[in-house]
Design a protein around this ligand. Structure first.
Ligand SMILES: *Cc1c(COP(=O)(O)O)cnc(C)c1O
Length: 438
């Protein structure tokens, strides 16, 4: 793997350790080389630190297995229940990664002065384990999540690891708990996978962590494709509240491209306020010209017709480093580019565009009758059609397709993605997990 593949986007040019403008970039590459030697083997770097190695996993199975809640139960809706086991791996600056453990799900023990509790040295991933209609378990593009976890960890001075080892640990946990918690008799359901890394050093100094814990848990999650506002009003589609001048999710040179806990806590006030006003998510804008970035913790897409009659699918670009490189976003872009550029399923061919765009453009398209649809895309909410955007005192109605439930492009893309996730279409993105004990 090249360093470029794991270095976050930067507009500051080539990093050298002596350049003051590239402190973060230089710090990240130094830490990657030190903490994940195998990623840099081709450079001849040698270090005494041990790499994360899934083959050393030691398993202790639970003696107190728990009951599995129903998919539609209040327990599942509360998102509190995790499966019987978890995987953990400890890292120290002195030794590197210790042998990972698979063990009963349970409380962690960390000191009150642990780095993560004070300095937000935490990053995570969100993936799903799908029970296919063919009875098999699958992950969706786990390589993308593992690579992104490495980017996120490096951004906040947490130790690096070979992404393939994280995929193996996730797979082992899924293979262990999948058969019971996602039974073959109930295809079409999923568990939520949460890989997490925290700095656990018991020291209050504001400094790079010397100890960390990587862990993976599996949680029972409800189907979140029906939005909260839809449940209240009976109307389909997300209602988005565009962010105001007094709040910003991410900024150039910051960490909006990383899935770090520090991005989410501070967004909860605005999110809570949006919910209280009957909206589902914040549509995060950036800049004086109200550039559109993301919707809640999902990427955001709009389909419109240009003034010269071209159909376009537009989403914000990654280069400014202020939005997350979503796996769903990438997949939507790749499917649209390979399957929707010609006429398919009665849809006009799409031009796929990643570029900065503003609310003024969305409003103009709506006023001129050129707005076709908008949708949010992410693992948790999947492909969620948008019905309304509240922007500066006005409600903008977004078309929701002929059936009033989804725009035509979102429906088509969602169908293809579901086909891959649940095994109706054989595709390299759907990675089968071989189950244990079956
Ligand atoms: C997780 C997340 C997304 C979606 O990413 P996926 O990989 O598609 O799940 C988008 N934006 C933010 C801010 C996120 O946290």
């Amino acid at each position: 793997m090249s360093l470029a593949a794991i270095t976050p986007p930067s507009s500051s040019g080539t990093a050298t350790p002596t350049s003051t403008s590239a402190l973060t970039t230089a710090g990240i590459s130094a830490s990657l080389q030190k903490t994940a030697p195998s990623l840099f083997a081709q450079h001849g770097t040698s270090t005494p630190l041990a790499d994360l190695d899934a083959s050393l996993l030691h398993a202790t199975h639970t003696t107190a297995p728990r009951a599995v809640p129903g998919h539609d139960s209040a327990e599942t809706a509360a998102q509190r229940t995790c499966t019987d086991h978890m995987v953990t791996a400890r890292w120290t600056l002195a030794h590197g990664w210790e042998a990972p453990e698979l063990k009963p799900y349970g409380a962690l023990s960390i000191m009150p002065n642990a780095s993560v509790l004070h300095y937000a040295t935490e990053c995570f991933e969100g993936m799903k384990l799908y029970r296919g209609h063919d009875g098999r378990l699958r992950l969706f593009r786990p390589d993308r999540n593992a690579a992104r976890m490495l980017t996120s960890a490096a951004r906040i001075a947490l130790p690096a690891f070979p992404p393939v080892e994280l995929i193996k640990l996730v797979t082992t946990l899924c293979a262990t708990d999948g058969p019971k918690w996602l039974p073959k008799t109930q295809p079409g359901h999923f568990l939520y996978i949460r890989p997490t890394m925290i700095a656990t050093d018991a020291a209050l100094g504001v400094q790079r962590p010397k100890e960390a814990l990587l862990y993976v848990i599996l949680a029972c999650f409800p189907d979140m494709t029906v939005s909260a506002s839809s449940r209240e009003t009976g109307k389909s589609g997300l209602r988005l509240l565009a962010s105001n001048d007094d709040t910003v999710r991410a900024w150039p040179g910051g960490f909006g491209f990383a899935k770090v806990g520090a991005n989410y806590g501070p967004s909860l006030v605005a999110q809570g306020e949006a919910r209280a006003r009957g909206y589902d998510q914040i549509l995060w804008l950036f800049g004086d010209d109200c550039g559109v970035t993301e919707a809640g913790a999902s990427n955001f897409f709009v389909a419109w017709e240009t003034r010269d009659g071209k159909m376009q699918l537009v989403t914000a670009p990654l280069d400014a480093g202020i939005i997350l490189d979503g796996v769903t976003r990438r997949s939507v872009l790749e499917l649209a580019r390979t399957r929707l550029t010609g006429s398919v399923e009665g849809l006009a061919p799409l031009e796929v565009v990643e570029r900065r765009f503003t609310m003024a453009e969305v409003v103009l398209a709506a006023d001129e009758g050129r707005l076709v649809e908008a949708f949010a895309a992410g693992t948790a909410f999947f492909i969620a059609p948008v019905a309304e955007i509240h922007f500066r005192g006005k409600d903008l109605t977004v078309p929701m397709g002929a059936d009033g439930k989804s725009g035509p492009y979102a429906k088509c893309l969602k169908g293809w993605l579901q086909g891959i996730m649940y095994g109706r279409e054989t595709h390299e993105w759907g990675v089968v997990v071989d189950e244990m004990g079956v």
